[in-house]
Design a protein around this ligand. Structure first.
Ligand SMILES: Nc1ncnc2c1ncn2[C@@H]1O[C@H](COP(=O)(O)OP(=O)(O)OP(=O)(O)O)[C@@H](O)[C@H]1O
Ligand SMILES: [Mg+2]
Length: 250
């Protein structure tokens, strides 16, 4: 059993609860984390203003510097420290380590140094998992010219889950799952249902890349995707239409 868990930057205040949830997962676990609020806070301290395009951070050179510093230097280590306290033998690394996340420049560079994952090299992750370590990955990738690219954490988690052929991908976030137009949690949904919510504008902001990532993980072979809040204990399960192995889940 292999599970990839994505920790949202918005949920860092609840880190102990999130990691208790992670410590309860059976089998192998890989953590991938975001850090949007922490990057925004550091940019503010440095007098920089961030802009977003459909949930993706526009990343010029200065923004990339801050992103790399905050994700790998601050947030990653904060998670590794907190994970050890929950008994998880965590090892912090970024998507550039071991050449893990091979990326292309997104939208021809329209958003600056933003990448999309082309290929995941899983050797380093397998090496750590074999020795029972819990890898904690920050979402940076290597571009075609060898430069560093900022990759959305949800997309990184989905690519890693597909690359590892994971059974389960869990997005731990600050909302209690995917919410409908009345603000209620949707317990189960299919890709078609997600598309309808996208088209009708119910899914916005950071939930756009999250759901796109969820869909790509499913089509990449991941059996089950969940969006949930560890503290509340409930959330949304995304299932493939007509797939026998997930019909029981839905
Ligand atoms: N239909 C929806 N259901 C639930 N949340 C939604 C919906 N549409 C938009 N959102 C927004 O998406 C947010 C979750 O995505 P967000 O990117 O902010 O968090 P995260 O991915 O956990 O953190 P990070 O991006 O820092 O890793 C919610 O806080 C909410 O404001
Ligand atoms: Mg997000």
């Amino acid at each position: 059993m292999m599970t990839v868990v994505k920790l949202g930057g918005n949920s860092m205040d609840e880190l102990p609860a999130l990691l208790k949830f992670v410590a309860g997962i059976e089998g192998k676990v890989v953590l991938v984390h975001g850090g949007a609020p922490q990057i925004t806070a550091m940019m503010k301290r440095l007098g920089l203003v961030g802009t977003f395009h459909q949930g993706l951070r526009v990343t010029d050179e200065a923004t990339l510097e801050v992103t790399q510093m905050v994700l790998t230097g601050q947030v990653n280590k904060q998670i590794v420290v907190a994970a050890q306290q929950e008994g998880l033998p965590a090892v912090g690394l970024s998507g550039i380590d071991g050449g893990m996340l091979q990326a292309d420049v997104h939208l021809g560079g329209e958003l600056g140094c933003v990448g999309t994952v082309r290929e995941v090299k899983v050797k380093l992750l397998h090496t750590l998992l074999e020795k029972d370590f819990v890898p904690v990955v920050s979402p940076l990738g290597l571009g075609p010219q060898g430069g560093v690219l900022n990759i959305n954490a949800d997309m990184s988690a989905a690519a890693i889950a597909a690359g590892l052929n994971a059974d389960r991908l869990v997005f731990l976030t600050n909302v209690d799952g995917l919410l409908d137009d009345t603000g209620s949690t949707i317990s189960n949904i299919t890709p078609r249902g997600v598309q309808e919510l996208m088209d009708t504008g119910v899914i916005t902001q950071g939930m756009i890349p999250k759901m796109e990532s969820a869909l790509s993980a499913l089509s990449g072979g991941v059996k089950q995707v969940e969006i949930r809040n560890a503290a509340e204990g409930q959330g949304t399960t995304l299932c493939r239409e007509g797939a026998n192995d997930v019909e029981t889940v839905c």
